[in-house]
Design a protein around this ligand. Structure first.
Ligand SMILES: Nc1ncnc2c1ncn2[C@@H]1O[C@H](COP(=O)(O)OP(=O)(O)OP(=O)(O)O)[C@@H](O)[C@H]1O
Ligand SMILES: [Mg+2]
Length: 376
C-alpha cells in the first residue's frame, strides 16, 4: 500500500477506494446496457458523480460501450452544452482508432475552434456560430454521429436540473425531441435538486415525463461503511476501534462527503492507533476550522432564519416545523413565519427536505454547519 490517503474527498479514485454502492452500480449498469435511460437523484455530496464514474469504469473495463461524462453545472444554454459534449467526445474517443478519426473529420465539418488547455494540454472544442439554431443543429448532428457508431455510447448529463434555467426557455423540449430517437446512446440524467428533478421527470406536462427509470441514492449502510473504514486503516497497518468507527458514522450521518472528509483528516493526522477520543478531538478541530465561514452565514440570513436553522440543527430532523411544541421550545414565532423562513432556507440549499419511515422531515444541509450550530 502506498502512502496516499485512502479517503479522497474529491473525484473518483478507482474501485479500491470506493465504498459499496453494489446495488446501485448493478441497476445503473443494467439500465445502461439494456437501453433504459436513468435519472439519478440524491442529496448533494452523497456520491452521484463518483457513482457515475464507478459505473463507467466497469463498463469500460469490459469494453461494452464508450462512456461520456458531461457536467452541465457550468452551462447556461444549448450552446454551452454543445461545446461540452463535443469536448467530452473529443477527449474520450481514441484518436488513433477508426472511430476517433471519423469523429475528427466529422467535427471539422462543423467548423470548430479547438483550443488546448495550457495546463493539462487537453483539447477544448468551441463553435462560433451566429444563431441559436446553428447550435441546435450541431448538437443534433453530434448526437446522431454518436448514435450511428458500431459501439454503444453511455452518456451522463450531470447536474441536469440546470437545463430548466437555460437561455432557450424550451431546452427541455428541444433535448427530449433530440434524445428520444437515439437507440444506441444510453443516458444518465443526474441531479441533486430533488424539487427541480421531480418537476422535470414527474410532471405529466413536461417533455421528460416518465421517460426514465428513477434511481435514488441513499446513505451507504452503516455496516458497509464501517467495514470499509476499518479495512482501509488496517491494510495500511493502522488500527481504529469499533467505537471510533461508530462515532464517525453517527456523527457524519453517513453523508458520504462528510464521512470521507472526517476519515481523510483522521488518516492524515498520522495516528497509528485511532480511538474514540482522538476522533472526537479531530471532529472538534474540523468545526473550529470552519467557524469563520459559519459565522458569516449569520450575516447573510435574517435573524428568524438563523434561529430556525439553529433549531433544526439542534433537533437533527424536524418532522413538524409548525407544531406548537417546536415553535415554543425555540421561541420561533408564528407557523407562517417558520414556513416562509424554511422555504427561503431551502432555496438557499441550507436546509433540505427528505423522508424516512416517520414521514417528511427537515435537516440542515451542511453536516459540519449542523454539528457546529448544535453546540451553540
Ligand atoms: N461510494 C463512495 N465511496 C467512497 N467515497 C465516495 C463514494 N461516493 C462518493 N464518495 C466521495 O464523496 C464525495 C462526494 O461525492 P460526489 O461528488 O460524487 O457527490 P455528488 O452527489 O455528485 O455531489 P454534488 O451533488 O455536490 O455534485 C467525493 O469526494 C467522492 O470522492
Ligand atoms: Mg456531483
Amino acid at each position: 500500500m502506498n502512502g496516499k490517503n485512502p479517503f479522497p474527498v474529491v473525484g473518483y479514485h478507482g474501485a479500491e477506494l470506493f465504498c459499496d454502492r453494489v446495488k446501485e452500480t448493478g441497476i445503473l449498469s443494467r439500465n445502461l446496457m439494456g437501453g433504459q435511460n436513468t435519472t439519478l437523484i440524491s442529496l448533494r455530496r452523497m456520491g452521484k458523480t463518483a457513482l457515475i464514474h464507478h459505473v463507467f469504469q466497469q463498463i469500460l473495463k469490459e469494453k461494452l460501450a464508450y462512456c461520456l461524462y458531461v457536467d452541465l453545472y457550468p452551462t447556461a444554454s444549448i450552446r454551452d452544452l454543445t461545446r461540452q459534449l463535443a469536448t467530452a467526445t473529443m477527449n474520450v474517443l481514441p484518436q488513433r482508432k477508426r472511430i476517433g478519426k471519423k469523429f475528427i473529420s466529422f467535427l471539422k465539418s462543423l467548423r470548430p475552434v479547438i483550443k488546448y488547455d495550457p495546463l493539462t494540454g487537453s483539447p477544448e472544442v468551441r463553435f462560433e456560430y451566429a444563431t441559436d439554431t446553428d447550435y441546435e443543429v450541431t448538437l443534433s448532428a453530434l448526437l446522431n454521429f454518436l448514435n450511428e457508431q458500431e459501439t454503444d455510447v453511455c452518456l451522463a448529463f450531470d447536474e441536469f436540473q440546470v437545463v430548466t434555467s437555460y437561455a432557450e426557455g424550451n431546452a427541455e423540449a428541444i433535448l427530449r425531441t433530440m434524445i428520444q430517437p437515439l437507440n444506441n446512446i444510453h443516458f444518465i440524467f443526474s441531479g441533486s435538486n430533488r424539487h427541480m428533478m421531480n418537476e422535470i421527470f414527474h410532471d405529466s406536462k413536461r417533455p421528460f415525463f416518465a421517460s426514465t427509470r428513477i434511481v435514488s441514492l441513499p446513505a451507504i449502510p452503516s455496516e458497509e461503511y464501517g467495514r470499509f473504514i476499518e479495512d482501509r486503516f488496517n491494510e495500511r497497518k493502522r488500527t481504529i476501534t469499533s467505537d471510533a468507527i461508530g462515532f464517525i458514522i453517527d456523527w457524519t450521518r453517513r453523508h458520504t462527503y462528510y464521512t470521507q472528509s472526517v476519515c481523510n483528516t483522521i488518516y492524515g493526522s498520522g495516528g497509528k492507533n485511532i480511538d474514540l477520543q482522538s476522533v472526537k478531538v479531530i471532529c472538534g478541530e474540523i468545526l473550529e476550522e470552519q467557524e469563520k465561514t459559519f459565522l458569516q452565514y449569520r450575516h447573510l440570513l435574517t435573524s428568524n432564519q438563523w434561529q430556525i436553522l439553529m433549531a433544526v440543527a439542534k433537533e437533527g430532523r424536524v418532522y413538524k416545523p409548525n407544531a406548537a411544541e417546536f415553535l415554543e421550545k425555540y421561541s420561533l414565532g408564528t407557523p407562517a413565519g417558520v414556513t416562509r423562513a424554511l422555504d427561503s432556507l431551502m432555496t438557499k440549499e441550507m436546509i433540505y427536505e427528505e423522508s424516512d419511515i416517520n414521514g417528511r422531515y427537515y435537516s440542515v444541509y451542511d453536516l459540519f454547519l449542523s454539528r457546529w450550530l448544535e453546540r451553540q
